[in-house]
Design a protein around this ligand. Structure first.
Ligand code: SF4
Length: 343
């Protein structure tokens, strides 16, 4: 069960020392850098952090020895063990498995008296690594109730290798392997239910949160780090290079993704009723969805934003937009049922 602790207000969290540092080569406007900053601050809680990273944009752009090392707490190695931060990289699918090994080793050393203070362990992957290549290792780590926090950044692609389709892709979005043309209108599949999978595998805490909603994000990070079983944080991450939106709209896109029902906010602790936002579909969701689609070139074959700000569904593409709307309605309903389910 998850231990309950008071939530630090976001303005307090913002004053903490992050373990994510300047110097990364992430695209300007990438949500991953904002997420890293906030997760890094949440780990400044008096417990040593060990961070396991699989291969994804967030890894190759921040941890490319010896040229790019954008991790570490403070300018100097912290004097206190509990403030220190360590990072280890492994291949796409292995971040949770490596984290599990770290957890087991630390627990053993602690039991033997060789390690005097607790540590917190985080595994971080992209959606391609965690939910496609590494889905099996992710689910097995959760099923073993490993006491780690798993962070999955979702940008709906294999961005690192050329923006190929990933199993999280929004219906009818264009990817390099599901192009939009006269005969094919982007990705024809519905996304995997990643939240349902994590809950069914036995996670003690599951959340889908965004730095665009700092209060929910802070609460989810705190609860995940305090969880005595596996905690999973899914973080939808607007990708400026793949979603193709104007610079400066990252947070706006993250808000629209939640409000439209594409990536609703979700927080659930095992044994307690969870919560979903938005809780049901309504006309505001529809407007948010059209704004979400129109702001990105990957949906330019469906909806466009006219110069004066009006949104236009392209002639002949009404059916595809209706299918996305229907899917978001079902997504909200399915997450609401999962939130209510007492398991
Ligand atoms: S390709 Fe996308 S996910 Fe990767 S660094 Fe650029 S914006 Fe971020």
């Amino acid at each position: 069960m998850t231990k309950t602790r008071p939530v630090i207000p976001y303005k307090e969290l913002a004053k903490k020392q992050s373990c994510f540092r300047p110097g990364s080569t992430l695209c300007v406007g990438c949500m991953e850098s904002i997420a890293f900053q906030d997760i890094g601050r949440a780990t400044d809680n008096g417990v040593k952090t060990i961070y396991s990273m699989g291969t994804f944009c967030g890894e190759v752009s921040t941890l490319f020895w010896p040229h790019v090392i954008a991790w570490g707490r403070g300018d100097q190695e912290p004097e206190r063990f509990e403030d220190s931060f360590s990072i280890i990289h492994n291949v796409f699918e292995s971040a949770p498995t490596v984290a599990e090994g770290i957890r087991d080793t630390a627990d053993l050393l602690f039991d033997l008296g060789a390690l005097k203070k607790p540590i917190q362990v985080i595994a971080n992957s992209g959606d391609g690594g965690a939910l496609v290549i590494g889905l099996r290792s992710l689910l097995h780590t959760i099923a073993r109730r490993t006491r780690i926090t798993i962070v999955v950044l979702i940008n709906e692609f294999f961005a690192n290798t050329g923006f190929q389709y990933a199993v999280t892709a929004t219906p009818h979005s264009e990817t390099s392997t599901t192009p939009a043309g006269d005969w094919i209108h982007g990705n024809s599949a519905e996304p995997i239910n990643h939240i349902g999978l994590a809950l069914m595998a036995g996670a003690g805490f599951v959340a889908q949160v965004s730095p665009a909603f700092p209060k929910d994000f802070t609460e989810a990070c705190e609860k995940a780090l305090a969880c005595s079983e596996t905690a999973v944080l899914f973080i939808p991450s607007p990708c400026i290079a793949g979603w193709k939106f104007e610079e400066g709209r990252t947070i706006e896109l993250a808000k629209l993704a939640a409000e439209s029902g594409i990536f609703p906010l979700f927080i659930k602790e095992k044994g307690k009723e969870g919560r979903v936002r938005p809780a049901s579909s309504n006309p505001q969701n529809r407007t948010a969805l059209l704004r979400f689609l129109a702001a990105q070139q990957r949906f330019n074959h469906l909806v466009r934003e006219e110069k004066e700000g009006s949104l236009v569904i392209l002639p002949g593409r009404e059916q595809e937009v209706r299918e996305i709307e229907n899917w978001t309605d079902r997504n909200i309903k399915s997450l609401s049922r999962l939130a209510e389910w007492n398991f």
